[in-house]
Design a protein around this ligand. Structure first.
Ligand code: ZN
Length: 269
């Protein structure tokens, strides 16, 4: 397997992965979306709520605020040694939210949360939670824990994780009459006219939609769009709870654990 980093920043990672197959890419994608743990609020005690939002609606909104996750310190509640329903400081973080207004309307943002662990805080301070009119008040205590995307979307560490085959676009210069219809229709603008031929740029952006082939009036078609079945473009976009590399490393170690468990049972039996 050969891996090249095409794009990398704090929240997204785009890789070109060669010499593998769709089964492996899909395994990785499914583990990323459903099994890599992240922190989210799971329990909310509403002490006071005179806002227009009902308690359960407010709890639902609070639960969907992505929290920066520390995978090295915290345990999944089911794996924690405390075995307590209420959790301990190795499997639970408490966050308090208190907001009120006297004479003007305010928006309560995620920045209003006070976390007992400064590492586990909302990924952004600007996530709106509720609006309060004069003399309204919200006071609540929230408890976050590690969880998995397969149990609820609030624990999914990514907003997107997808792969596609590596596109191959070939223009047959003998058949092409440079009408330009394919250039106009391509939603990703990967085709361009350069002198007396059509050139392909940023082929990695091609979505294999085949609109260019439909637009070509030649018969046989002057374009050919295909893909390499053993090469993929894999993309992860984190919600900000973990870096994309950490998510991928987490997914690979979960896969390794599953394979080890399989092998151990096979060897014993
Ligand atoms: Zn615990």
């Amino acid at each position: 397997m050969n891996i090249q980093i095409i794009k990398k920043n704090d929240i997204s990672l785009r890789l070109l992965i060669e010499d593998t197959n769709a089964a492996f890419m899909n395994t990785l994608r499914r583990i990323v979306t459903s099994e890599v743990p992240s922190m989210a609020i799971d329990d909310v005690v509403i002490i006071e709520n005179s806002s227009t939002l009902q308690d359960d609606f407010l709890a639902h909104r609070v639960g969907l605020v992505p929290l920066k996750t520390d995978l090295d310190t915290y345990n999944l509640p089911e794996d924690c040694t405390c075995k307590s329903e209420f959790g301990c400081n190795l499997c639970r973080v408490s966050l308090a939210l208190e907001a009120e207004t006297e004479d003007h309307t305010i928006t309560v943002y995620s920045s209003h949360f006070k976390s007992e662990n400064p590492v586990v805080v909302p990924v952004s301070d600007r996530i709106p939670i509720a609006k309060l009119a004069p003399s309204q008040k919200i006071r609540l205590e929230a408890y976050a824990r590690l969880g998995k995307g397969k149990d609820h979307a609030r624990w999914q560490p990514v907003s997107m994780c997808a792969y596609k085959y590596l596109p191959i676009v070939i223009v047959n210069t003998k058949l092409c009459d440079l009408c330009g219809d394919c250039i106009k229709i391509c939603p990703k603008n990967i085709l361009t006219k350069a002198g007396d031929k059509i050139e392909i740029r940023n082929v990695l952006d091609c979505t294999l939609c085949q609109d260019c082939i439909d637009a070509c009036k030649k018969n046989p078609k002057a374009l050919e769009v295909s893909w390499n079945e053993n090469s993929f473009i894999f993309e992860i976009e984190s919600t900000g709870v973990l870096t994309p590399e950490r998510i991928l490393k987490g997914a690979l170690s979960i896969l390794e654990g599953k394979l080890k468990e399989f092998l151990d049972q096979l060897v014993v039996k």
